[in-house]
Design a protein around this ligand. Sequence first.
Ligand SMILES: Cc1cc2nc3c(=O)[nH]c(=O)nc-3n(C[C@H](O)[C@H](O)[C@H](O)COP(=O)(O)O)c2cc1C
Length: 169
Amino acid sequence: MDAYNTMLARRSIRKFQDKPVCTEDIDKMLRGAMSAPSACNKQPWEFYVVTNAELLGKLQTSSLFSRYKSPCIIVVAGNKKHCITQKENDFFYQDCSAAVENLLLVATQLGLGTCWCGLSPMKAPADKVSQILGLEKHIVPVALVHVGHPAESKEPRTQYNEKKVHFFN
Ligand SMILES: Cc1cc2nc3c(=O)[nH]c(=O)nc-3n(C[C@H](O)[C@H](O)[C@H](O)COP(=O)(O)O)c2cc1C
């Protein structure tokens, strides 16, 4: 599948087979994620890959909107010690988001399903994830990504809307 069709095929998958994700695939997703662009190439991201059943159970209930049963969760977090301003409104949100989207696209290529669940700036779920994973204060969890072999299928689509495009010719 080429890059364009991979983008269209990527959909949020919320039902997963009871089958582990192999380490080679996890490695490819992380390599894809870390190839993302970042402001001043700071790469202010950290990845927490969770396959431990007890931790998965806890993470799945960290937010009302992430209660899906998956065999693997990857939490992507911003590291304030490695970002530009060390402030809450730093570019690390964009940097981590670029890494997350890359991760989802690699997963799609590999035939895996993913669901991106937002954490910070929602304080309650971000704090809960920090507490579950024992993250230090300078680590800000931005996204919780469920990964697994899909147990549902969704149609590729673009959502193209010409009203959202503004040309200055
Ligand atoms: C920043 C962000 C946060 C999201 N948070 C959640 C979430 O908490 N729970 C969830 O089920 N989906 C979440 N999603 C997935 C969106 O609901 C989904 O991308 C959107 O409905 C479009 O559907 P698609 O991903 O299949 O194209 C999130 C997506 C983004 C980009």
